[in-house]
Design a protein around this ligand. Structure first.
Ligand SMILES: [Zn+2]
Length: 348
């Protein structure tokens, strides 16, 4: 064996260590840079809805980030999703246990006048849709309507059983003048290998705090919310089942577009046709397009590295021009009531 001087070994070790530290620092700098490369929402070319003189009795939906939407006809309110607490990027990446942000929930319910809530309906049971449904239900008399997994989220919060409704396929649930039907659908296959991320079910009452991975999908739904003035579909995730909405006619689609760009244009075409072309919707509002690790109320596009909503928005407008020329695609404005059926609402 050749003799190696101890000094040489030390020098070699030092150089290797310096090289590794340098490489890691460069990688960190690169990741930080990539994290900050984001498009502006204005780059999407989409405009917000403008309705002159909305009638007093208009049915509205107020978008509160991701796919949280407060439906209101002046008498009854339906809340789709409950996601106010919005864990940070650090909490999301490290799996640090998180829980509902009580002061923020109190503020949001007060600020947006959630005092007539009849039902809370999450699109599925992932944390970015259902994290706060139990905490909100406990501050109201609203029913939580959803999957068995959603029911277990509610039970973890101690929501009384008479406020928990496990949705049955094909059954329509009435709340004031609203009728809600949950049509079984699919979650977008946006996992690293084309699988549904955090699939599976929540089989026991979920005690908090818990890591965000504890909120399992539990089955996804197209939420069909009908009212004498019109029908809106909320599609929380960019998944679909061929033919599932064949018998549903809608005026409005709240179109979940999270990571849709990563699934490609062909997939997006089929998604558009299943949700918009086949239902005949005249207004489409993309939702679930922002960086959900930002606090409630901060609407910023995600890093381009993660999701390119500008490209998705371009595709949606091209598909509208190809198949549904009279349909409008609007950007929802955070916290502003959207008028769902401007033509149908009789004058006040
Ligand atoms: Zn999801």
């Amino acid at each position: 064996m050749p003799k190696v001087a101890i000094q040489d070994v030390r020098r070699y070790a030092k150089r290797t260590a310096a090289l590794i530290v340098g490489l890691l620092a460069s990688l960190a700098a690169l990741a930080t840079w990539a994290w900050h490369v984001r498009a502006d929402i204005a780059d999407t070319g989409l405009h917000p809805q403008v309705v002159d003189d909305p009638p007093d009795n208009a049915v509205t939906a107020t978008w509160l980030g991701v796919t949280m939407l407060l439906f209101d006809d002046g008498e009854t309110q339906i809340l789709v999703d409950g996601f106010v607490s919005r864990p940070t990027l650090f909490e999301s990446l490290t799996g640090r246990p998180v829980t509902s942000d009580a002061p923020m929930i109190n503020y949001v319910m007060n600020e947006y006048g959630m005092d007539r809530l009849a039902a809370i309906v999450p699109a599925h049971s992932h944390y970015d849709h259902a994290m706060d449904v139990g905490a909100i239900a406990n501050r109201s008399s609203a029913s939580i309507l959803g999957s068995e997994s959603t029911a277990n989220l509610a039970r973890g919060w101690g929501v009384p059983e008479d406020q928990i409704v496990v949705a049955e396929t094909g059954v329509t649930y009435s709340f004031g003048d609203f009728s809600v039907t949950l049509v079984p659908s699919a979650h977008a296959p946006i996992g690293l290998r084309g699988e549904v991320p955090l699939a599976g079910t929540v089989d026991e009452p979920l005690e908090l705090p818990a890591p965000i991975t504890a909120w399992r999908e539990g089955g996804s739904f197209s939420i069909v919310i009908s009212h004498p003035q019109g029908t809106t579909i909320v599609q929380g995730s960019a998944g679909f089942r061929e033919g599932a909405l064949d018998d549903v006619q809608a005026d409005v689609v709240m179109l979940g577009v999270g990571l849709l760009e990563s699934l490609g244009r062909d997939y997006t075409e089929r998604y558009w046709q299943a949700l918009v072309t086949s239902t005949g919707a005249m207004q489409v509002f993309p939702v679930h397009f922002e960086d959900q690790t930002r606090p409630f109320g901060e609407i910023v596009l995600p890093p381009k590295l993660i999701d390119n909503f500008v490209r998705t928005a371009q595709w949606l407008q091209e598909m509208r021009d190809t198949w549904d020329r009279d349909t409008r695609v609007y950007l929802p404005t955070f916290g502003q009531p959207l008028v769902l059926y401007p033509e149908q609402a009789p004058d006040a």
